[in-house]
Design a protein around this ligand. Structure first.
Ligand code: FES
Ligand code: FE2
Length: 452
């Protein structure tokens, strides 16, 4: 199973085993950047991080730094954050507001003002343009590299470098329903969420795939969170990690697309108003009203209630509290940079925001108790897989193989019960297809697409 003569074949085996090279090998990693991260749709940010014209937010796509910016017409652009002269980072701030970016190295400047330039990111200022370049430098040709595909889905901003990538909605298929559960207001109205308190970014000494694999369907690692469950970090400070109502959690995967969720099948269920958030009467009252609005608005429409999920390759989300989005940026074969965006209802009063902010910090992020457990596992697993002897032995992903069944109400989905490694197999099979360099035609073959 090891890499032979530079071949990446057989790393993901049909017998449900996966070579450790997939998690520690530099050559595999370099191919991932090329085949996965320069083609797939990636989450790059949220519109609430750049609410006004010329606001910017520095983001990443794979190892590439990008600038997310909004022009005068409110159109969002994604630009490569690397000067076209010698590659210097033209933007070194996490966020801010700027009509142009001037490179600190030799002073080339690029405008994002659509009143000044035809294409945001265009080169407008070059020191010595007349004297040293004799006016011969083609400024239109040397603007910042622009990402050709940018899509705003209910406030989340997605981008792909590949001109031939399918539309974002085709790429996610019916995973959309689960993403909606994270992005819609819990009162049933569409969208209406915003990022609270900025974005947490930190490094974890593990291969980036450990995280999306965990979120896509690892439903049996609760032993890791035993201490958190004993201490209790829920919104009402009680025992456990959550005190929201019980929800059904099945392993539902999308084999043709590579996404998956630990959640419920589409169904109608009145959200039972439980005594959650019972420590704070104001917060409790807010959620009671949210529930009443929801019942009024949704009537008997189907709803999907989700726990946690992954959109291939490196974005995961929590559709229930703590409601967050995560990105796992590759940072070498044995390191990743993890980002967390925390969502709140736009119209939530201060007291609710404050309660959620504290809860999110207790649960997630570098200091969050639940996240710390997971990071410890991923870090030690990566380190213990690097050794000469260790890497000769594949990981086992054989749980529940051959038992997944199609789902009636979801396009291209299968369900494998409540505990199976089906979704991890789906994820790595998709990864294999990308790594083999399959065309988009091959990658999307057989998947039901919007409008087709
Ligand atoms: S590297 Fe940017 S102007 Fe030279
Ligand atoms: Fe976990």
């Amino acid at each position: 199973m090891a890499i032979e003569n530079g071949s990446l074949k057989n790393l993901v085996s049909p017998d449900g085993t996966i070579s450790r090279e997939v998690f520690v090998n530099r050559e595999v990693y370099d191919q991932e950047l090329e085949q996965v991260f320069s083609r797939a749709w990636l989450l790059v940010g949220h519109e609430s991080l750049i609410p006004k014209p010329f606001d910017f937010f520095q983001s990443r796509m794979g190892e590439d730094s990008v600038i997310l910016t909004r022009d005068r017409q409110d159109k969002i652009h994604v630009l490569l954050n690397s000067c076209m002269h010698r590659g210097m980072r033209v933007c070194r701030y996490d966020k801010g507001n700027a009509r142009s970016f001037t490179c600190p190295y030799h002073g080339w400047s690029y405008s994002v003002d659509d009143k000044v330039v035809k294409t945001p990111g265009q080169l407008v200022g070059v020191p010595g343009y007349e004297e040293h370049y004799r006016c011969k430098l083609d400024k239109e040709a040397w603007g910042l590299v622009r990402c050709p595909n940018v899509f705003n889905y209910k406030g989340t901003i997605w981008a792909s470098w590949d001109k031939n990538a399918p539309p974002f909605l085709d790429y996610i298929g019916d995973m959309k329903l689960y993403l909606d559960a994270a992005l819609d207001n819990p009162d049933g109205s569409e969208g209406g969420s915003e990022v609270i308190g900025g974005v947490q970014r930190w490094r974890v000494p593990c291969n980036w795939k450990f995280a999306p694999e965990n979120f896509i369907g690892d439903h049996y690692h609760n032993i890791s969170h035993r201490s958190v469950d004993l201490v209790g970090i829920g919104p009402s400070d009680g025992r456990g990690r959550r005190d929201t109502e019980e929800y059904e959690s099945l392993i539902i995967g999308f084999p043709k697309l590579g996404h998956g969720v630990i959640g419920a099948l589409p169904h109608y269920q009145e959200l039972p108003y439980s005594a959650s958030y019972r420590n704070n009467k104001e917060v409790q009252e807010y959620y009671r009203q949210v529930y009443e609005r929801r019942v009024k608005l949704l009537g008997d429409r189907k709803r999907v209630l989700t726990g946690v999920a992954t959109i291939f390759p490196n974005m995961s989300f929590h559709g229930i509290q703590p409601r967050t989005l995560a990105i796992f940026h590759p940072q070498g074969p044995t390191e990743m940079e993890m980002w967390r965006f925390y969502l709140v209802d736009k119209d939530a009063p201060e007291v609710v925001r404050d309660m959620l902010r504290h809860y999110y910090l207790r649960y997630s992020g570098p200091g969050g108790l639940t996240e710390s457990d997971d990071m410890e596992n991923w870090g030690y697993a990566t380190q213990a897989s690097k050794g000469t002897i260790a890497r000769r032995h594949p990981y086992n992903y054989q749980m529940g193989m051959g038992y997944a069944e199609p789902v009636k109400d979801l396009r291209d989905a299968v369900v494998g019960g409540d505990t199976t490694e089906e979704n991890a197999r789906i994820f790595y099979n998709r990864w294999r297809q990308f790594m083999e360099g399959q065309s988009w035609e091959q990658l999307m073959a057989g998947a039901n697409q919007e409008g087709k």
